[in-house]
Design a protein around this ligand. Structure first.
Ligand code: HEM
Ligand SMILES: CC(C)=CCC/C(C)=C/CC/C(C)=C/COP(=O)(O)OP(=O)(O)O
Length: 326
């Protein structure tokens, strides 16, 4: 279905992934895969934040969910998110083999065979969606299936290698989890869950372009059209700032709409000011700066920021449900 050959797709310097050797009597695959290698295919660190935002959606949604069913819901979202990471690593093995940041991943390093990763990703995707549908509701299952499809097919197979707007559009995949969590409780979608979606959606460009700035050479080497490589550093820095401002504004909207308190609004505004501050630091970074310290700081802060915003929403909800709201 998808041969890994040099010069394939629109990239350059594509690596051929060797997972086999020829022995008398035929070709024998060397699969040294351990459970840990399969766990790594799930992109666990990245997906931890995805699962956290899904959990926040589930917690702040109106109504209640049986804690056991809630735990199944989160497990299904975690497995589905991980499965989409495995499908992404299967498809991207050729470019991952070339980029220093990703060369040691299970497929390019030869520990997991591409077809094993594909089967693993497809099986976990199917299980997570079906179990979510049976145990919770079919709207949340449909949203999970769409999110997996969006990350694995729309972003990874199509947008990533074809447009510098790849992560702006593809970022929608990473923004759906709180909406899925919300749908698990309410069985529906609402303006509040769309606001939760928008927080992550508008956050993603600043999160990712900060990293893309200091990993520009990696993306150049494989011909993936990330914004800094296509539009240049200056344009990327301005776009980062624009998205940081939009994120800071949308993160306050829960307080404006009344589904979070004034206290949360102040907290989100302070965090947003920090996000914008770090983005201004990136804007002021001299062109061609090799160390890119401000970009590294912004990337690190972006992760803390999203954790903090969704933690704030959950804490606020807990305080309100105890009747101590501001
Ligand atoms: C299209 C959207 C996104 C792109 C292109 C992107 C890209 C990346 C990349 C390339 C890394 C470095 C990964 C590594 O090598 O370890 C990273 C790290 C990370 N991303 Fe994203 N990201 C996106 C969206 C998200 C979303 C939606 C979340 C969570 C809600 C997220 C959470 C994280 C976290 C927690 C890390 C740090 C992992 C670590 O500790 O190393 N990302 N992201
Ligand atoms: C519930 C569910 C299915 C959630 C999926 C969430 C999702 C789309 C997260 C995106 C996260 C991410 C690290 C993208 C990486 O981009 P990349 O793949 O270009 O990064 P890489 O170069 O590190 O592989």
């Amino acid at each position: 279905m998808r041969p890994l050959a040099p010069g394939q797709k629109n990239g350059k310097n594509m690596a051929v992934i060797e997972h086999h050797e020829t022995v008398p009597g035929g070709e024998v695959y060397l699969s040294e895969a351990s459970p840990r290698d399969f766990f790594e295919l799930l992109k666990p660190r990245v997906m931890s934040l995805v699962v956290f935002t899904a959990f926040a959606g589930l917690v702040v949604a109106p109504g209640t969910i049986n804690p056991f069913i809630g735990a199944i819901a989160i497990l299904c979202i975690a497995v589905g998110a991980g499965a989409s990471g495995a499908l992404n690593m299967w498809y991207d093995a050729d470019i991952d083999a070339v980029m220093s940041r990703t060369a040691k991943r299970p497929i390019p390093s030869g520990r997991v065979r591409p077809e094993e990763a594909l089967a693993f990703g497809l099986t976990l995707s199917a299980f997570s969606v079906v179990i979510l549908g049976l145990a919770v509701n079919w709207l949340s299952a449909a949203l999970l299936a769409f999110t997996i499809f969006f990350y694995a097919v729309v972003y990874t197979m199509w947008l990533k290698r074809s447009t510098p707007q790849n992560i702006v559009i593809g970022g929608a995949a990473g923004a759906f989890p709180p909406m899925i969590g919300w749908a698990c409780v309410t069985g529906g979608v609402s303006i509040e869950s769309v606001v939760l979606f928008l927080i992550t959606f508008l956050w993603t460009p600043a999160h990712f372009w900060a990293l893309a700035l200091f990993k520009m050479r990696d993306y150049d080497a494989v011909g993936v059209p990330m914004l800094p490589n296509v539009a240049g550093e200056a344009t990327t820095k301005v776009q980062i700032l624009v998205y940081a401002v939009l994120t800071a504004v949308i993160a306050v909207v829960p307080a404006v709409l009344g589904f979070a308190s004034f206290g949360y609004g102040l907290f989100a505004a302070a965090l947003g000011a920090g996000f914008v501050w770090y983005s201004v630091g990136v804007l002021r970074m001299p062109e061609g700066d090799r160390a890119m310290v401000p970009a590294k700081k912004l990337f690190a802060f972006s992760i803390v920021y999203l954790f903090a915003v969704f933690s704030g929403l959950m804490l606020d909800h807990l305080i309100a449900s105890l009747g101590w709201g501001l």
